[in-house]
Design a protein around this ligand. Sequence first.
Ligand code: PMV
Length: 308
Amino acid sequence: MMRQVCSAPGKIILFGEHFVVYNSRAILCAIDKRVEVTAQRRRNNTISIKSNMLSASIRPSTPHMVVDKRTRPFYYIAQSLGMADVEINIRSSLPSGAGLGSSSACCVATAGAVLPLSGMNRSILDVSIEAERTIQPSSSGADCAVCTHGGLIEYAIGTPPRQLDTPIPSDLKLIVANSGVNHNTGEMVARVRHVYKKYPKKFTILSKKADSLTSLAMDSINDIPKLGYLAASNQLLLEKIGISNNTLRQMIRIADRHSYGSKITGSGGGGCIVAITDDTNAHSTLMALSDAGYDSFVARITRTGAST
Ligand code: PMV
């Protein structure tokens, strides 16, 4: 085989970001914005990585840790799968640095495209988590799990992702608004680690609360107002671990005037918020956030994970 294409969805973390790194459970869903990766064999003893933002050609003998962080995970996938002659082309409709899973979806789609060419018998999820950890060593793997499997999943480190088996209510509308402030997952994870080290007992209590919210939310998928209430409760925990700021708080105030509840999604510091709505308040929530100047859209949950 000479050429393989794989696409993977972006994601929203509905419950449990950050606490998932400390073994709490999280709920994530895949959304209808995707990345597509084409991997093609070349006979030039080079691993090439191209996207609309970058272009790099790297000798396959280069140790992955000295490769630029923007290309490192993709280079690592090719190199660790023994693919010395490959060109990887990435096309993404996801904003990067916004907490919508751009980096994980790219890792998953790259693993999905390169694996069949390599002939190796490894799972897309394992390879993509390994790749992501070359830039985020403490990554929980939650983002790669949902980008691989699609749908709505419960995730905890060390256990297989659990797909929600009941139908997702058709009138559940997730409104995503982008603060326009780029965030850096590594920095935010480090900030939270600092809080954890300084106040271990308090952090453990917050982590247990986050885990209970996840559990309640998993049982309340059909009760949209309750999901909103639980999201707002999750936001209070995220405020306590220091990942919020005035811009995000302002966005949440606007969203909460119309929606059932909203929260930061992803590592925070910037990036996006998600508001829980249904047919009765989706439009007003979307308009309020857009009118305030935030790029906003209705995210649809997709069942299609990594797909070749
Ligand atoms: O990169 P983001 O914004 O999707 O955040 C990653 C999610 C965290 O829970 C903050 C980290 C992790 O590894 O799960």
